[in-house]
Design a protein around this ligand. Structure first.
Ligand SMILES: Nc1ncnc2c1ncn2[C@@H]1O[C@H](COP(=O)(O)OP(=O)(O)OP(=O)(O)O)[C@@H](O)[C@H]1O
Length: 234
């Protein structure tokens, strides 16, 4: 078995055990996640809901390996990212985790296909396979004829589609979405939700979506609420 965190894939489950996270405040630590555990199989989608301040973004940041918990552990694709040092962790994140965030984070000076290919630049290789994959994904999200456009020349819904294509480029085992339809009108939101779910199901990735939208939450396989630092099935 390879020790390369970018290629090892022993299991495609997401296993989260006893995550704790607190932030220091003047009146003492604010305990946001308290022994949070969850387990999702490949191809499953889950909506995480909860009131503002309940810790949804904190959970997503930790699962996305962008922040560390105080304690606890989790496995993505059979690997424990918390055990990795910064460089292998960045490679692991790039290969295994796709992010779809409300504000897209598209690079304004790169055109649509270049934005989709950004993860390959980070991986240091833009090969023909990924180029083909990028074209396929842009086709799937209905933007085949907008490849050369800059993000500023696209609507909000179109930019979100680019972000979805980019998130799926490396065929990640985990997709994390934070209010992916937050800024969109109802019809566009429905189209984007369908696209995201269709592509996620086809790829077999796990999708964790944080949202305040009941409609979006209901579209996922299951719904969980963050209550007092833990996830409760709805
Ligand atoms: N870096 C930080 N330092 C201190 N407190 C923080 C920090 N980040 C988040 N918090 C606090 O942790 C709690 C959880 O925040 P988080 O952003 O995870 O909530 P959320 O459920 O995503 O909220 P929303 O729905 O409003 O986005 C909040 O009380 C927030 O103020």
């Amino acid at each position: 078995m390879s020790n390369d965190p970018t290629t090892t894939r022993t299991t495609s489950e997401l296993v989260v055990r006893d995550l704790c996270k607190s932030y220091p405040t003047p009146s003492g630590p604010l305990h946001v996640l308290k022994d949070l555990s969850m387990r999702l199989d490949a191809g499953q989608s889950v909506a995480v809901v909860g009131p503002s301040g309940s810790g949804k973004s904190t959970l997503l940041q930790i699962l996305g390996t962008l922040d560390r918990p105080d304690s606890g552990e989790f496995l993505i694709a059979g690997r424990a990212p918390l055990e990795l040092s910064p460089r292998p962790l960045a490679a692991f994140r790039n290969q295994n985790i796709g992010f779809v965030f409300q504000d897209h984070h598209l690079l304004p000076h790169l055109n649509v296909i270049e934005n989709v290919l950004v993860p390959t630049l980070a991986a240091g290789r833009v090969d023909d396979t990924r180029q083909t994959k990028a074209i396929e994904l842009l086709d799937a999200v209905g933007l085949a004829d907008r490849r050369g456009h800059l993000p500023g020349q696209l609507s909000g819904g179109e930019r979100e589609r680019v972000a979805i294509a980019r998130a799926l480029l490396m065929e990640p085992s985990l997709i994390l979405a934070d209010e992916p339809t937050g800024n969109l009108d109802r019809r566009t939101a429905e189209t984007i939700t369908r696209l995201l779910l269709d592509l996620q199901k086809a790829s077999g990735a796990i999708l964790v979506t944080v949202t305040h939208s009941e409609k979006l939450a209901e579209s996922m396989d299951s719904q969980m609420e963050l209550v007092d630092g833990r996830l409760v099935s709805l």
